[in-house]
Write a protein that binds this ligand. Structure first.
Ligand SMILES: [Zn+2]
Length: 249
């Protein structure tokens, strides 16, 4: 969404801990009607392959919802817009959800097949082949569970209506946290009065370079990077020493 003249505020912490000022985010009047703000985010899980350089992977869908109070007049406009847009065509995400469902079903069939093999064979005594089959069954089940979870998320995303001109004034981003960072989101607020009140109400959770948790996360990331390099170096030295000793007559 193009931010037209809005204030950007970054807040960390869980969404339920957010403090909402009692004024309307659209016009600044006293707020009394809670409206549901819903956004859908697509996360690309892609990386370059080892053999081919083409990025591959899948897209997962995530919904975020929170209840924000608006004034009576703005809430009425929101309802009217929703009613006018009631007959929107079904989302293209339904076919994506179906595809993920097929993958989940195939993986589940694999889990059942290997599970049944283990079930039938183990009375005859445990063998290494059974450990192998059980591992495959467990892997397939975990894979199926993950894809089933994506089916639910994708269906939910497909059923989420787009924002109206009213709910668009309060925009919330997906979780932006890097490694070791707490959950944080970017809020884009159209009304300047509301933005000031919102920043004040959540002043303790503002997220930027001056936040102590920001500095700590950066230090931890740096430490993890150093640790990884040190581990690789130690392994390399150990391997060389081992090779030298093995080479001796
Ligand atoms: Zn209003």
């Amino acid at each position: 969404m193009a931010p037209m003249d809005s204030t950007t505020i970054k807040i960390y912490g869980p969404l339920r801990d957010l403090t909402l000022p009692p004024i309307c985010p659209a016009c600044g009047a006293a707020a009394s009607v809670p409206l549901r703000i819903e956004r859908v985010f697509a996360r690309e899980r892609r990386r370059r392959g080892v053999i081919s350089t083409a990025p591959r992977g899948i897209t997962t869908y995530h919904c975020v919802a929170l209840t924000v109070p608006f004034c009576h007049a703005c809430a009425a406009r929101h309802m009217a817009e929703r009613a006018a847009a009631a007959d929107t065509p079904p989302s293209h995400l339904r076919s994506t959800a179906f595809m993920y469902g097929v993958v989940a079903a195939v993986a589940m069939a694999g889990a059942l097949l290997f599970g049944a093999f283990v079930w039938n064979a183990y009375p005859g005594g445990w063998r290494p082949a059974l450990t192998f089959a059980a591992s495959i069954a467990a892997g397939c089940a975990a894979f199926a569970g993950w894809f089933a979870h994506q089916v639910i998320n994708t269906l939910r995303a497909g059923a989420t209506p787009p924002p109206t001109s009213i709910t668009a004034v309060f925009d919330v981003s997906d979780n932006q946290a890097a490694r070791f960072e707490p959950e944080w989101r970017v809020y884009r607020l159209r009304n300047a009065t509301y933005a000031r009140a919102f920043a004040q109400a959540n002043a303790a959770w503002l997220w930027d370079e001056t936040s102590p948790r920001f500095a700590r996360a950066a230090r931890l990331r740096h430490l993890a990077g150093t640790l990884r390099v040190a581990t690789i170096a130690v392994l390399l030295v150990a391997f060389i020493l081992f090779a030298l000793r093995a080479g001796r007559p």
